[in-house]
Each structure stands twice: as C-alpha cells, then as structure tokens.
Design a protein around this ligand. Structure first.
Ligand SMILES: C[S@@+](CC[C@H](N)C(=O)[O-])C[C@H]1O[C@@H](n2cnc3c(N)ncnc32)[C@H](O)[C@@H]1O
Length: 222
C-alpha cells in the first residue's frame, strides 16, 4: 500500500473512532467505552515511569494522543508539569479539547509526527504510546528522527515488537498494515541521535513473548 493510501486509511479509521466511540479506538462498541486489558497494563507501567521521572517544571508531550484521556489523568496527578497532546486526527483533538479543555496545565494540538510545525520545540519527556505502528513502513526512520528531535530529556517509546511470533503471524490489521519494529532496530537507530538506552519493559516478561514492549531513552546532555 502506498503512503497516501496508508495515511488516508489510518486517518479514516481514527476519524470513525472519534465520531462513533469518543475516540476509544479499541472499545468493542459505542456502549462500552473502555480500553483493552493490554492497553491498561501499558498505561499503568507508563504512569509509574512518568510519575517517577517528571520534575515540577517539566514539559511532557504525547505524540498520537488520540482522545487525550491518558495525559489528562497525568495532568491531574502532576499539576506542576505542563502536558501537551498532539494527534494528526483533528477529530480526536476536537474531542480532547471539548472534554479536557479546562485544565491549566494541559493543551492539545493537531500535529502530524512526520511533519511537525517548525515552532513545536522540544519537550522534557516525550511519550509515544500505541501509535508508532500506524506509520507507513517507509516512514519508521523519519518517525524516529522526529521523536529524537522532540525529546529534551526522556523518550518513552512503546512499539509493537517484531521479535514476537504472534505479532508477525496473527496481529489483526484493521484493513491497513500495522508496522512492527524490533527493540534492537529502535535502539541502534536512536543511539547515534544522542539518546542513551535506559531500560526495556516487556508486557509478558520475556522479549520474544511480548507483542508490546516499552523502551526508555534518556538524552545525554539534557
Ligand atoms: C491507537 S491510537 C493511540 C492513542 C493514545 N496514544 C492511546 O494510547 O490511547 C493511535 C493514535 O495515533 C494517531 N496517529 C497516527 N499516525 C499519526 C501521525 N503520523 N502523527 C500524529 N498522530 C498520529 C492516530 O490518529 C490515533 O489517534
């Protein structure tokens, strides 16, 4: 599938989720608006890392924030930290602004990770959760370039693990390709960009058993 078609299908899928499910893309139906168990485990881990890492004057960006509900919870927990959510779906960003527009330390903006506006700047902590696999396979390096450019101190990077057999053979695709990445490839690509590898969390303990892993990188000269 070429890049244009891939982008159109991805945007269409999340537009539907925004219009029909308040942005809860993995909810079974519009009467049952909740995240999957896997997604909740990922969030619990990320929550503990962000609460541990965030200083009182830090800034945090979530790229591909969807309906913005995760950083809203973090913004309530960490009122001294400034949170910003970006998503390339304007419908998702509309929901986030409508639901969570009233928090002083929280803002949302329509932004494509692959074409960020020049005024975006850098953020102390960058979160990329359940998003990277939606990029076209030809854009994975460009996506990592963008993540590195946006990160001032720490990058928390969730990927769909290419080393996992279930991912390679059975992961459902929603009619458009979902792109896998191995932790090794992400590490070797990001290290020359000044990001030091700190830790890896595997959702089921061992790397090859885990369809989802989270990589944490820290910038040497913060
Ligand atoms: C599966 S949702 C995850 C939302 C949120 N991160 C979460 O964990 O609930 C993926 C989101 O990434 C967004 N997205 C996909 N490609 C993007 C891109 N190139 N730039 C910005 N957002 C993108 C989609 O619109 C969608 O809202």
């Amino acid at each position: 599938m070429d890049k244009n078609e891939h982008r159109k299908k991805t945007l269409g899928f999340f537009r539907e989720a925004a219009l029909n499910k308040e942005g809860f893309y993995d909810a079974p139906n519009a009467n049952d608006l909740r995240h999957s168990i896997g997604q909740r485990r990922v969030r619990a881990y990320l929550w503990s890392r962000v609460v541990h890492l965030a200083g009182s004057s830090d800034t945090l960006l979530e790229v591909g924030c969807g309906n913005g509900d995760f950083i809203k919870e973090l913004a309530v927990e960490l009122p001294g930290t400034k949170f910003c959510g970006h998503d390339f779906s304007s419908e998702m960003i509309e929901i986030a602004k409508r639901k969570y527009g009233g928090y002083a330390n929280l803002s949302y903006r329509t932004q494509d990770l692959l074409n960020p506006d020049p005024d975006i700047g850098r953020f102390d902590i960058v979160l990329c959760v359940n998003m990277f696999h939606h990029l076209h396979s030809d854009d994975l390096d460009r996506g990592m370039d963008s993540l590195a450019a946006l990160t001032r101190k720490v990058l928390l990077f969730e990927i769909k693990n290419e080393n996992n057999f279930w991912n390679r053979s059975f992961r459902p695709t929603n009619n458009f390709p979902l792109n896998l990445l191995s932790p090794q490839r992400a590490r070797s690509y990001l290290l020359p960009k000044g990001l030091r590898f700190m830790r890896q969390w595997n959702i089921f303990g061992l790397d090859f058993l885990s369809p989802i892993v989270i990589l944490e990188f820290s910038r040497d000269e913060a």
